[in-house]
Ligand binder design. Structure first.
Ligand code: HEC
Ligand code: HEC
Length: 272
């Protein structure tokens, strides 16, 4: 196993994390077996972290301002390649992020998604909940050498030269997305009020400062992972068109967007 990881280090892959389209040496993508979760207090923390990440709204109602769970975008509790997995994430932070204009910790990155993707409030860095989340991400990263990204980190980029057409995107939405996410984009609820199918816009969706609110970031996710179970069936152009359409529907506003990309290197699809 150890040799397999070492052997993979020479591989170079292209992946996109938000605004960064990186070329870097990568490690193999190999999430640990569930049975390797230890017993005792560490195992309890790992399990609790996974529960928060997959049932976020009900676990932390004070920190979540919409109807989403982290796992709605980081598919299968962050274990799916090219759906922004958390496998290997433990060893790559602290990391420079151009949106922040500085090196940030894994806790800060987690809180970025709380404040934007979840339209909510940051978790205290020393809280039990934050430590449980980190325990889960650390366990998921078992065997990945420190400092290396896994193959399949982030999303697989789509062609950024394609020009988005929201009119065509609306047609793609109606044909390929509305059956699950609703003709009104508001998702579909269970009888208990939780979401069976998550919303793509409206008050319970991510805010306009989220990575998913950016056309090409959303397109990279959608192209590979949507329609759910039929990832890869849209063309890049269809993914760009439908993403331009749904990301620009009404959604919560992130009030601090003006502070993003403090070095002035914001990408073209940044929401400002
Ligand atoms: C609406 C979709 C969405 C939801 C919900 C979401 N995220 Fe994210 N997350 C993203 C996107 C998109 C990125 C990467 C792109 C970017 O940041 O621009 C990302 C990146 C991350 C990263 C960094 C990954 C890397 O490879 O650098 C972490 C860690 C993370 N999210 C944690 C969380 C946690 C924890 C939650 C729940 C509190 C959460 N996310 C909820 C969309 C989401
Ligand atoms: C078969 C049902 C289905 C179809 C069709 C479908 N989705 Fe999804 N989508 C889901 C489910 C379920 C999730 C949440 C996945 C999870 O939690 O594991 C999701 C998650 C998402 C998310 C991230 C979470 C959020 O609510 O923001 C986006 C964005 C998204 N879908 C976009 C699309 C687009 C665009 C299309 C059409 C091209 C589409 N989906 C078609 C079922 C579907």
């Amino acid at each position: 196993m150890r040799f397999a990881h070492l052997a993979s280090v020479a591989v170079v892959a292209v992946f996109v994390i938000g605004d960064v389209c990186a070329q870097a040496p990568v490690a193999v993508f190999s999430p640990p077996q569930e049975s390797s979760i230890p017993t005792g207090t560490k195992g309890v923390a790992i399990q609790a972290g996974r529960k928060i990440l997959t049932e976020t709204q009900t676990s932390l109602p004070k920190n979540v301002g919409n109807g989403l769970s982290c796992g709605n975008c980081h598919l299968s509790a962050g274990t799916v390649a090219n759906a922004s997995p958390w496998v290997g994430i433990w060893g790559v932070f602290p990391e420079y992020r151009s949106r922040s204009g500085k090196i940030i910790s894994l806790q800060e990155r987690v809180n970025d998604c709380f404040e934007r993707s979840m339209n909510g409030q940051a978790l205290p860095y020393n809280s039990t909940e934050m430590n449980n989340i980190l325990a889960y991400m650390q366990w998921l990263s078992t065997g990945v050498p420190t400092g290396l990204s896994v193959k399949g980190r982030g999303f697989r980029p789509v062609d950024q030269d394609l020009k988005p057409d929201p009119g065509r995107g609306k047609l793609v939405y109606e044909a390929k997305c509305a059956a699950c996410h609703g003709a009104d984009g508001l998702g579909m609820k269970n009888p208990d009020g939780s979401y069976a199918l998550p919303p793509l816009w409206g008050k319970d969706s991510f805010n306009d400062g989220a990575g998913m609110a950016r056309t090409y970031t959303a397109a990279a996710f959608v192209k590979h992972s949507m329609p759910l179970g039929q990832g890869g069936t849209l063309t890049d152009q269809e993914a760009v068109d439908v993403s331009e359409f749904f990301t620009h529907q009404p959604r919560p506003v992130y009030p601090y967007k003006a502070k993003d990309w403090p070095k002035g290197d914001q990408p073209e699809d940044a929401r400002i």
